[in-house]
Design a protein around this ligand. Structure first.
Ligand code: FAD
Length: 388
């Protein structure tokens, strides 16, 4: 795996970040990976992993120092998402979702909003990003959750579906429509709901194909009264906030997918090196080598693009939506392909739960669906070349 070790060495990290990444690798290898199979089997939320992640203070890496965090680079954050997801994709997305929900608050929130929520995130709170509704999936502008101002509060009514960390989170960044604005796109607004708000509840978690240890549930807002100070931006600011937040969460879901891809690739290579048929190791058959060559090459190219996008963000780029879409689309399609091919390398054993590739193939599928389906990303990328 020299080619991948050399590629990992190109991630630009300072000394503090390198040490932290080493600690995350150790945690992932020694604690999170051994628990992954059990949590997948039981569908149990991995509180043990969350607690270990918090013992390392990992939320702090993306929270600015002014709010108790360490304010480390986006590249080291992506590297940590990939390592944790490689060990347990459910735990990877649980932790990454904290970032997805809080990054808009970090980048666009008022000082008061940051002071209210970020120190608690630094200490290890969980958060959710809540966009999807039963009738508003790929077209999020069709959302119907309603925000009605009432004195110094906002009354929230409606509901969300498929929310990661639903029922487990302390804070929910929710997008809905401001009742006083009569424009389907211009009315979109964002606010934070705390878990104990009266009228707020989470439904029973979905019984999923993969990522079985992560919680995915619906949310119900039954006239929840939320303090006006919990608004992110102003009423009607929601759509640009939504688009900006997706640009930063898409590379993160790509890192998650690439963690799954790396795990499947490594398991596949290990297996074909030890299994023999017809007197030869499976890896010696040319048909297998051609598959392996494509998997390895595409993985190396895609990982390289991950660090490219990471460096763009760390360099302060604002306009990287197309790059983020390319990354999300290619990384997730690749994760699905590599996981499927790794099962193929294992023959019948790949179909048996005893081998990790069986879980990886189930975990990979959703990466092509969430954060914009890959059909939507193809549209976004293609459309960007339309000349005005
Ligand atoms: C496990 C899991 C976790 C999730 N976590 C979250 C979360 O934390 N927060 C959140 O807000 N959401 C979350 N989601 C929701 C996810 O983002 C949506 O499922 C996704 O955006 C697709 O929406 P949909 O399911 O309504 O599918 P639809 O939009 O109904 O799409 C159905 C099919 O039609 C295709 N399609 C739709 N529009 C077009 C088009 N214009 N052109 C071509 N094809 C099109 C799609 O690609 C897809 O194949 C999660 C989903 C899952 C399964």
């Amino acid at each position: 795996m020299k080619v991948f070790a050399q590629l990992d060495d190109t991630i630009r990290l300072n000394e503090e970040e390198s040490l932290l990444l080493d600690s995350v690798r150790t945690l992932a290898r020694e604690k999170i990976a051994p628990r992954a199979e059990g949590h997948d089997r039981d569908g149990s939320f991995p509180w043990d992993n969350v607690s270990d992640i918090n013992a390392l203070g990992l939320n702090a890496m993306f929270i600015p120092e002014a709010y108790g965090g360490a304010g480390l680079s986006y590249c080291v954050y992506l590297a940590c998402v990939r390592e944790i997801s490689k060990a347990c994709a459910s735990t990877g997305v649980i932790w990454a979702t904290n970032f997805h929900a809080m990054k808009p608050v970090i980048d666009l929130g008022s000082e008061a909003l940051r002071r209210k929520f970020l120190p608690r995130m630094t200490e290890g709170a969980l958060a959710s990003l809540c966009i999807t509704e039963p009738n508003a999936g790929s077209d999020a502008t069709g959302m119907q959750t309603r925000f009605t101002p009432d004195g110094d509060a906002i009354v929230v009514s409606g509901g969300k579906t498929f929310i990661t960390n639903g029922g487990a989170s302390d804070f929910y960044l929710v997008f809905g429509k401001w009742s006083e604005i009569d424009d389907p796109r211009g009315a979109i607004t964002a606010l934070i709901i705390e878990k104990d708000t009266p009228g707020f509840s989470a439904t029973t978690p979905e019984d999923k194909m993969g990522l079985r240890a992560s919680s995915t549930s619906g949310l119900v807002f039954d006239d929840c009264r939320v303090p006006m100070e919990n608004l992110l931006g102003k009423p009607g600011d929601g759509l640009p906030i939504l688009l900006a937040s997706l640009n930063k969460s898409r590379p993160s879901v790509a890192a998650h997918a690439l963690g799954i891809a790396r795990a499947a690739f490594e398991d596949g290579v290990a297996y074909i090196n030890q299994r023999s048929q017809s007197g030869r190791r499976i890896v010696e058959f040319q048909g297998i080598q051609f598959m392996l060559a494509d998997m390895a090459t595409d993985l190396a190219m895609c990982e390289n693009w991950l660090w490219h996008v990471g460096r763009l963000v760390d360099g302060g780029a604002e306009d990287f939506g197309v790059e983020a879409s390319m990354l999300k689309m290619r990384a997730s399609d690749l994760a699905m392909r590599i996981a499927t091919d790794a099962v193929q390398f294992h023959g019948g054993y790949g179909y048996i739960k005893e081998y990790r590739v069986e879980r990886l193939m189930r975990d990979a599928k959703v990466t092509q669906i969430w954060e914009g389906t890959n059909q939507v990303h193809r549209q976004l990328i293609g459309r960007s070349f339309l000349e005005k």
